[in-house]
Design a protein around this ligand. Structure first.
Ligand code: HEC
Ligand code: HEC
Length: 256
């Protein structure tokens, strides 16, 4: 629950989330009352976890989670606030300036100079994201990209070795959506020559990408294998730091 519609209202302050509060949890009615009272007093009832509200519209809620899952937030910033790279626009105003059909087209077909090896472009998502998911993303963008509770990128542990950080980045930056869990591949890309997005594991991959530099360069520059509706490897230079790239490489080298 929480105060709907206002992105800044909703975190239950820690001191309220006490053992007494937890004991009250099974009695849903009384929790609601507690939250309403607390909400008026200190403006919020998040029940722990991350900040943010639960939107009334389930499509907006789903869109917020997909925005994180497909790493839109890695390039456009959390809640599309921008600030990641001068080449990637914030999305706060596009819900008003672009129509539903324009937004659908941009997400399905990509945008920008995919042929320029120096800059990130909007990837083609059509083969990877379902029509229903694109609809949820568009609802979320048109709702102004509110902060939704628990729609947060996975944390990246930086003090447990490079491969641990890389495993988290593989998820946070959405590699997993295109290359599959553990880099096993198999994600359809019907109009591409191979019909699938390549795995990042197995003998063929290891033979072709047999140095750290080759893997790093591929992630940094991306590789355009065709126009929409073919999904290509996005350009991550300017988005991922050298440290992120090194961690991803370390993780990929642990795979089968
Ligand atoms: C690898 C980085 C990257 C990722 C990931 C990414 N985008 Fe983009 N996106 C861009 C870039 C760069 C542009 C600007 C393209 C241009 O205009 O040249 C853009 C443009 C857009 C636009 C048009 C904005 C405008 O002002 O015209 C929308 C809408 C959008 N992206 C939505 C999304 C959504 C939704 C996701 C997740 C499914 C996503 N993007 C993931 C890089 C990215
Ligand atoms: C939108 C889908 C998509 C996303 C997201 C994506 N990739 Fe790719 N990736 C591809 C495609 C398609 C290729 C094949 C490019 C080619 O053959 O030239 C590829 C190729 C690669 C390759 C070279 C493998 C080969 O056999 O050609 C590496 C390494 C790689 N990606 C790593 C990553 C990492 C790391 C991430 C996350 C930061 C990532 N990719 C995110 C689609 C994607």
């Amino acid at each position: 629950m929480g105060v709907e519609g206002d992105p800044d209202v909703a975190l239950l302050p820690r001191q309220v989330n006490t053992v007494g509060m937890r004991r009250a949890l099974p009695v849903v009615g009384s929790v609601v009352v507690v939250c309403v009272v607390v909400a008026t007093a200190v403006a919020g009832c998040g029940g722990g976890g991350s900040k943010g509200t639960n939107p009334r519209d389930p499509q907006v809620a789903m869109g917020a989670h997909l925005f994180v899952q497909f790493a839109c937030s890695s390039c456009h910033g959390e809640q599309g606030k921008g600030g990641v790279s001068p080449d990637v626009p914030a999305l706060k105003d596009v819900g008003k300036s672009l129509t539903v059909s324009q937004l659908n087209t941009i997400i399905n077909h990509g945008l920008g100079e995919s042929a320029n090896p120096q800059k990130p472009y909007m990837p083609v998502w059509g083969p990877v994201i379902s029509t229903s998911q694109v609809g949820d993303l568009v609802s979320y963008i048109r709702a102004g990209l509110p902060k939704v509770r628990d729609a947060d990128p996975v944390p990246v542990p930086r003090d447990q070795g490079q491969a641990v950080a890389g495993a988290a980045l593989y998820q946070r930056d959405g590699c997993i959506n295109c290359h599959g869990p553990s880099g096993l591949g198999g994600v359809p890309n019907p109009l591409s020559e191979d019909k699938t997005i390549p795995p990042l594991s197995g003998q063929d991959f290891r033979e072709e990408f047999n140095t750290d530099a080759k893997i790093t360069e591929m992630i940094r520059s991306g590789s355009v294998i065709g126009k929409a509706p073919i999904a290509s490897m996005p350009h991550w230079g300017g988005i991922l730091s050298d440290e992120d790239l090194a961690d991803l490489v370390a993780y990929l080298k642990t795979l089968k």
